[in-house]
Ligand binder design. Structure first.
Ligand code: TYM
Length: 338
C-alpha cells in the first residue's frame, strides 16, 4: 500500500455470558498491551449479541460486566476509547452498505455460522448469518489497521479485508478503507476446553469444568485445573513433541500465555515433569493472575453509574471518528443524504 495510515486498533467482545480464560488470553490481554502502542477503540458488541436470543432485562448489565472486565484487565479509559456498539449507530448504517458489497458465496463459507447454526440453519436469525458483515463495519468505520482477536476470528478478518477491497474497487476509491490485520499470534490465541483438548474453550459449553471464568474464585480455579484432562506422560523438551497431545499442549500453552512467555521457554523449565507437579504450579499461577481481575471486576460492578459514565464518554469519542467515515461513504455511494 502506498498511503501512510495512522495505526489504529479496534476490537470487541459480545455481552453473552461470563468471560473465560480464552477471552482473556485471546483478546483482553492484547487490548491492554496495544493501548500503549496505538490509538485504541474497544467496544462491547451488543448488536452482535442479539443475533441469538438475549433477555432484554439482562442485556444492559451484561454490557456493563464486559466493560468492568475491560477495566479490570487494565484498559485505561483515559487512553483507550471504550464504548457500547449500540451507542454508535454508524456501525449499523455502514453494515447495510456492506451487506450490499459482500457476496452470498462469501458468507456461505463462514465456519462460525455453520458451527453456531448446526443442523438447523433455517431456524437461525438472518442477523446471525450477516454477523461477519457487521463485524467488518465495526472495524472499517474507524479505518482500523490492527484487530486483536483469538484464532477463531481469523476467517471474519479475511472477510473484512475482502469487503474493504471490493468496496475500494467497485466505487473506484483505491485505499479508502485499509486492509486491517488480525493480531492473533502467541500461545493465548486458541485456548481449548479443559475437558477436551480438541474443542475450543467456550461460553456455550454446557460443562462449567471446561472453562475458567474470570469471576471464578481461587477455589474454583484450583478445582478446575486439578480436574483438567491430561495424559500420563511427563512434559517433553520441545513444543513439537506436544503435537499429538492436545490436552498437554493446552495446559502448557495456558501457562505460557499467563506468564507472557513462549511454550518453548515453559518447556525448558518443566521438561521431564509430570502433571502431578505441573498442575499445582499452573493452578497457583492462574489464581495469582486471575483473582485480582475477578476482584477488580466486582469493584467496578459495584458502581454501575461510573461504568455508564465511562461508556457514554467513550461513545462520544467513537462517534467523532465514525461519523466522518460514514459521511464519506454516503457521498461515495451516491446517497441522496450523502
Ligand atoms: P466473542 O465475544 O465471541 O469473543 C471475544 C474474543 O475472545 C476470543 N476467544 C478466544 N481466544 C482464545 N481462545 C478461545 N477459546 C477463545 N474464545 C473466544 C475471540 O476470538 C474474540 O477475540 N466476533 C467477535 C466480536 C466482535 C469483534 C468485532 C471482534 C464483533 N465485532 C470487530 C473484533 C472486531 C467475537 O468473537 O466475540
Amino acid at each position: 500500500m502506498t498511503t501512510h495510515r495512522h495505526p489504529r486498533v479496534l476490537s470487541g467482545v459480545q455481552p453473552t455470558g461470563d468471560l473465560h480464560l480464552g477471552n482473556y488470553l485471546g483478546a483482553l490481554v492484547k487490548f491492554t498491551r496495544l493501548q500503549h502502542e496505538m490509538e485504541t477503540f474497544i467496544f462491547v458488541a451488543d448488536l452482535h449479541a442479539v443475533t441469538q436470543w438475549q433477555d432484554p432485562k439482562l442485556l444492559k448489565s451484561q454490557v456493563r460486566e464486559i466493560a468492568a472486565a475491560y477495566l479490570a484487565a487494565g484498559l485505561d479509559p483515559e487512553i483507550a476509547t471504550i464504548f457500547p456498539q449500540s451507542a454508535v449507530p454508524e456501525h449499523a448504517e455502514l453494515a447495510w452498505v456492506f451487506n450490499c458489497v459482500a457476496r452470498l458465496g462469501w458468507l456461505d463459507r463462514m465456519t462460525q455460522f455453520k458451527d453456531k447454526a448446526g443442523k438447523h440453519k433455517e431456524r437461525e436469525s438472518v442477523g446471525l448469518y450477516t454477523y461477519p458483515v457487521l463485524q467488518a463495519a465495526d472495524i472499517l468505520i474507524y479505518k482500523a489497521t490492527h484487530v486483536p482477536v483469538g484464532e477463531d476470528q481469523k476467517q471474519h478478518l479475511e472477510l473484512t479485508r475482502d469487503i474493504a477491497q471490493k468496496f475500494n474497487h467497485d466505487f473506484e476509491v483505491p485505499d479508502f478503507f485499509p486492509l486491517p490485520e488480525a493480531v492473533i499470534e502467541g500461545p493465548g490465541a486458541r485456548i481449548m476446553s479443559l475437558r477436551d483438548g480438541s474443542s475450543k474453550m467456550s461460553k456455550s459449553d454446557p460443562s462449567d469444568y471446561s472453562r475458567i471464568n474470570l469471576t471464578d474464585d481461587a477455589d474454583a480455579i484450583l478445582q478446575k485445573v486439578r480436574k483438567a484432562r491430561t495424559d500420563p506422560e511427563p512434559l517433553p523438551e520441545t513444543p513439537d513433541e506436544l503435537k499429538e497431545r492436545p490436552e498437554a499442549q493446552n495446559l502448557v500453552g495456558i501457562y505460557a500465555a499467563l506468564e507472557g512467555r513462549t511454550t518453548a521457554e515453559v518447556l525448558t523449565e518443566f521438561a521431564g515433569v509430570g502433571f502431578g507437579q505441573f498442575k499445582p504450579r499452573l493452578a497457583d499461577l492462574a489464581v495469582a493472575k486471575l483473582s485480582p481481575i475477578g476482584d477488580a471486576m466486582r469493584r467496578f460492578m459495584a458502581d454501575p453509574a461510573e461504568i455508564d459514565r465511562i461508556l457514554a464518554t467513550g461513545a462520544g469519542r467513537a462517534r467523532e471518528v465514525a461519523a466522518p467515515t460514514l459521511a464519506e461513504v454516503k457521498s461515495i455511494v451516491g446517497y441522496w443524504a450523502g
